[in-house]
Design a protein around this ligand. Structure first.
Ligand SMILES: Cc1ncc(COP(=O)(O)O)c(C=O)c1O
Length: 365
């Protein structure tokens, strides 16, 4: 069986370093925030090309606090895409603001900037592009629209560690960039984790307070805050793993190119990486209108797959109150019906990919 994700093989390769890092936290007893988190914040922010990094407990919290730092709340609208993980939209809801959707560009699965201006109203305060699957959204036109209308940009970079757009790293192009360190992410904790990166010292100061009960100093609560702290053990593990991230990213990119070659000349539509982007292949999704059959056939041939995501957020029962209907975002709806994620991780071998590709070709017919 070729698994869809494989965290065990990666751990086996870094076990000695990771175990020592965890032991260090046990010895120091700095279990929440603490020096490992502080060092990781500096190292990851530098990796992103951003001056400030604030570690938090999840990617969802990162998005929530980024929006709060920009004073977004009830009565405001935040524009995002419906073809994303539900957390992008949930974070907007947490603030009391209203999510407003624009459709994706079907080539890249990311926000179509050409549709942005039509979604802007006097209440619009922010744009939240999602760098889905590891490819950055088309940031230049998004930034141009944001500047013209005085809007904040919060990048959802939860799937895009190390991705680049015209040489600039994910998280560093908007006002704030939000990352998840969920275990299966390109940079994954051994538990939960997240971070906001920014070049804005005031946003950084507010987020540092908001994640730790809004306190400027202990018991001096100046803002209504949250317990969104990043744990010391996660900071220590993430520091070890960050040292490998570039090598792992290059391995993912090589695996992406290999899949592309293996499917060349076949009827399998492969993901498009824009020439100006560094796609980091968190997900490698093909498209098929016979997804159920293809997925079952692959499983019978020993290949596990995933679907990211089967229902666009505007059609999820939880968000029915937004009042959207099927047919309003045809590219998102079609993608949700057709995408199929193939195994993708740095440890995937050429032989495994050949087996996957042969099984896909057979299933697609
Ligand atoms: C696009 C996107 N946004 C937000 C999140 C939320 O991150 P977390 O699971 O760390 O809260 C995730 C990952 O789960 C994601 O993939």
């Amino acid at each position: 069986m070729i698994p869809f994700v494989d965290l065990k093989t990666q751990y086996a390769g870094i076990k000695i370093e990771v175990n020592a890092a965890i032991q260090g936290v046990l010895d120091s007893c700095q279990f929440t925030l603490g020096s490992e988190v502080v060092e990781f914040e500096k190292e990851f922010a530098a990796y992103c090309g951003s001056p400030f990094g604030m570690g938090v407990n999840t990617g969802t919290s990162a998005l929530h606090l980024a929006l709060l730092a920009a004073d977004i709340g009830p009565g405001d609208e935040v524009i995002t895409v419906p073809f994303t993980f539900v957390a992008s939209v949930a974070a907007i809801y947490y603030t009391g603001a209203t999510p407003v959707f624009v459709d994706i560009d079907p080539r890249t699965f990311t926000m179509d900037p050409a549709r942005l201006e039509a979604a802007i109203t006097p209440r619009t305060r922010a744009i939240l592009p999602v760098h889905l699957y590891g490819q950055m959204a088309d940031m230049d036109p998004i930034i141009a629209v944001a500047r013209k209308h005085g809007l904040v940009i919060v990048e959802d970079a939860c799937q895009a560690h190390g991705a680049e757009y015209r040489g600039r790293r994910a998280g560093s192009m908007g006002d704030m960039g939000c990352f998840s360190f969920y275990p299966g992410k390109n940079l994954g904790a051994y538990g939960e984790g997240g971070m906001v990166v920014t070049g804005n010292a005031e946003y950084a100061r507010k987020i540092r307070m908001l994640r730790d009960w809004g306190a400027e100093q202990k018991y001096q609560h100046v803002l209504k805050g949250y317990n969104y702290r990043l744990e010391g053990i996660q900071g220590a593990v993430l520091r070890v793993k960050l040292r490998y991230l570039e090598a792992w990213t290059e391995a993912r990119r090589a695996a992406g190119r290999r899949y592309d070659r293996l499917f060349a000349g076949s009827p399998v539509p492969t993901p498009e990486a824009m020439a100006h982007n560094r796609h980091v292949y968190h997900i490698y999704a093909i498209r098929t209108s016979r997804r159920q059959d293809v997925q079952a056939s692959l499983l019978a041939d020993g290949v596990q797959t995933g679907i990211h995501y089967p229902i666009p957020v505007h059609l999820l029962p939880a968000y029915a109150d937004l009042g959207y209907k099927a047919g309003q975002f045809p590219h998102s709806e079609r993608a949700a019906n057709e995408v199929l994620s193939l195994p993708m991780y740095p440890e995937l071998t050429a032989a495994m990919q050949e087996k996957v590709a042969a099984a896909v070709r057979k299933a697609v017919g």
